[in-house]
Design a protein around this ligand. Structure first.
Ligand code: ATP
Ligand code: MG
Length: 243
């Protein structure tokens, strides 16, 4: 029997907002403008997933699919230090793959499923940072929107299937763009790129935004069937996401 577990984000506030952290057997999507902490959160989860947690969770390996070339081993070393973990061991437990286009990204998911099958019970977290970037490049014309949404939908169901079949937490990031640099309005925050396809496929949607100047960020839960629509603040530090 599969025991659902939760992975810490590195911030107690954010974990509380999520009901204990990001959940296995489901997809968590973090969306927000550039520099809101999506990649830093991904890196922090790479480390916390390797640590024992609540309800007998023992830790496990991580699969990281990078579409924007923003994976940084140096960041992982610093985060490992924060948690007093061996840097080399932490890096060795992360399997990294770079996706070069949207089709390749989909193919990588097939390989991931094979890998998770071969090494049953070893992997606990699958990250795709970012889920949309390559789709935006490959399907840029207006006439291609329907095609893009169809492919995106297929990819999200593949991710959902992987999360359930192998009992892993799936964490995807999604950059939302704003035509102006001011604070995002509620209305804009509720319309990330990807539209309804992502909205229906993701179990938990986390909207991230900057809180003034500095390293403080605000996270808000969106459209969750079982979580309150509330907010939490966190900070980005050398040691990753923290309170
Ligand atoms: P994008 O949409 O461009 O991918 P993002 O949401 O992934 O953006 P991140 O890269 O996660 O954004 O966050 C960038 C922020 O993280 C920067 O504003 C920076 O302040 C902070 N940051 C990055 N590295 C460090 C570090 N070593 N120490 C402290 N803060 C850092
Ligand atoms: Mg990023």
């Amino acid at each position: 029997r599969k025991q659902v577990f939760r992975l810490s984000t590195g911030s107690c506030n954010l974990d509380r907002l999520l009901g204990g952290g990001i959940e296995s057997m489901s997809i968590t999507e973090a969306f927000g403008e550039f520099r809101t902490g999506k990649t830093q959160l991904s890196h922090t989860l790479c480390v916390t997933a390797q640590m024992p947690g609540a309800n007998g969770y023992l830790g496990g390996k991580v699969m990281f699919i990078d579409t924007e070339h923003t994976f940084r081993p140096d960041r992982l070393r610093a985060i490992a230090d924060r948690f007093n973990l061996d840097q080399t061991a932490v890096l060795e437990n992360i399997l990294y793959a770079r996706a070069y286009n949207s089709e390749h990204q989909f193919e990588l998911l097939e390989s991931v499923a094979v890998k998770f099958h071969e090494e049953a019970g070893i992997f606990k977290l699958l990250i795709v940072d970012s889920i949309m970037a390559l789709f935006r490049v490959d399907y840029c014309g207006r006439g291609e929107l329907a095609d893009r949404q169809q492919k995106l939908g297929q990819m999200m169901s593949k991710l959902q299937k992987i999360s359930e079949e192998f009992n892993v937490a799936v964490f995807v990031t999604n950059q939302i763009t704003s035509s102006f640099s001011g604070i995002l309005s509620e209305d804009q925050l509720s319309k990330p790129v990807g539209g309804n396809v992502l909205a229906h496929a993701s179990t938990t949607r986390l909207a991230l935004r900057k809180a003034g100047v500095g390293n403080k960020r605000i996270a808000k839960i969106y459209d969750s069937p079982d979580l309150e629509e509330s907010e939490a603040t966190f900070v980005i530090t050398t040691g990753g996401v923290d309170d």
